[in-house]
Design a protein around this ligand. Structure first.
Ligand SMILES: [Zn+2]
Ligand SMILES: [Zn+2]
Length: 338
């Protein structure tokens, strides 16, 4: 086993099991250090036991490197794999071809776009939408227009290297208090995937929140309504935002906006009661991990289970589509346009 792959796989498994970023960072950093090391020096250091003299390599990462280089599965990795067996994939999970909502280290994620894409590819995805935050979300290092344009450049290069896998360009754009979106129409119109989410003033009165969310769902740029209620079910928790679900989900249906089934363990949003209303109204859905690290891209199962419980089949889930099907938009005359 290649030592860099082994270190990244340890990180992936830690992230998948929900480990905090600081526990994972050592392994991702060590992977970079080893990747940048000349092969001969790596072997010399393994042989003379001086790996730990390198900055960023400690006892745990050194033993993963040494065991991987000698052709063994590192003990640390074996333990993680034994602790977190893979559930059998149900038919809905098996039908998913990508993920509409993810973050990189350009905003508040832990890894660069390339590593997110490689992890998605390894999971069997055909595509991954990279949807970093918008400017107003400063706590999450939201991207200015200039930084988003720079990211688009980077992604077009990565897509040449990774083809046929495709990174869909995107954004998780804040829905501002008046229902407008936190990025220019011009830029939003260039993106493959726009997820619109409420991140501020979550406790506004229900009638105002309804107007705010209906306005966002009516934007021609929005493809997905992200984590609808904003609830947090772990830790200190956060109550659901109040809004009229029939009005909001009807606006989603009428504007071709998919309602997100957010898979993050602490969100699991929307709750079942609202999911059933959206299903009855006839909405489309996006089952999204909202991953902030590569291993979190494997969190689709709980969203699939919740969709099945609410009677939502693969034909109602946009992640079952190919990248081409997702990015071709219909013009008013019914002709296909980019
Ligand atoms: Zn969000
Ligand atoms: Zn997000």
């Amino acid at each position: 086993m290649d030592p860099v792959t082994a270190l990244r796989q340890v990180a992936f498994e830690l992230e998948r099991s929900g480990a905090p970023t600081y526990r994972v960072r050592a392994f991702r950093r060590a992977a970079q250090v080893v990747r940048d090391l000349p092969e001969a020096e790596l072997h010399r250091r393994i042989a003379d036991g001086s790996l730990e003299a390198l900055p960023g390599i400690g006892p745990a990462t050194a033993s993963v490197v040494a065991q991987a280089a000698s052709g063994q599965q590192p003990d640390y990795l074996a333990r993680l794999l034994a602790d977190a067996p893979r559930p059998a994939r149900g038919p809905l999970r098996a039908a998913l071809r990508g993920d509409c909502h993810s973050h990189s280290d350009w905003s508040d994620g832990g890894s660069p776009p390339e590593e997110m894409a490689q992890a998605a590819q390894a999971l069997g995805h055909e595509w991954l939408a990279l949807t970093d935050h918008s400017p107003r979300l400063q706590v999450a290092n939201g991207l200015s227009a200039e930084r988003l344009e720079a990211q688009l450049q980077l992604i077009s290069g990565l897509n040449r290297e990774l083809a046929p896998f495709r990174i869909l360009t995107g954004i998780e754009v804040d829905i501002l208090e008046d229902g407008s979106l936190d990025q220019s129409d011009d830029l939003l119109g260039q993106l493959d995937m726009v997820v619109a989410s409420v991140h501020s003033k979550l406790r506004m009165p229900a009638d105002e929140m309804t107007v705010r969310m209906v306005a966002a769902a009516s934007s021609p740029h929005v493809g997905v309504l992200g984590h609808g209620t904003g609830r947090m079910i772990y830790g200190r928790g956060r109550p659901e935002s109040a809004f009229d679900p029939v009005a909001v989900f009807t606006a989603c249906r009428d504007n071709g906006v998919a309602v997100e089934i957010n898979c993050r363990p602490e969100r699991q949003d929307p709750p079942e009661r609202l999911l059933r209303i959206a299903a009855e109204i006839g909405c489309m859905f996006a089952i999204d991990t909202d991953a902030h690290a590569p291993g979190q891209l494997d969190w689709l199962d709980n969203g699939c289970e919740r969709a099945v419980q609410a009677g939502i089949g693969p034909d109602r889930v946009i992640n079952t589509r190919s990248a081409e099907q997702l990015t071709v938009r219909l013009t008013s005359s019914g002709e296909e346009a980019r």
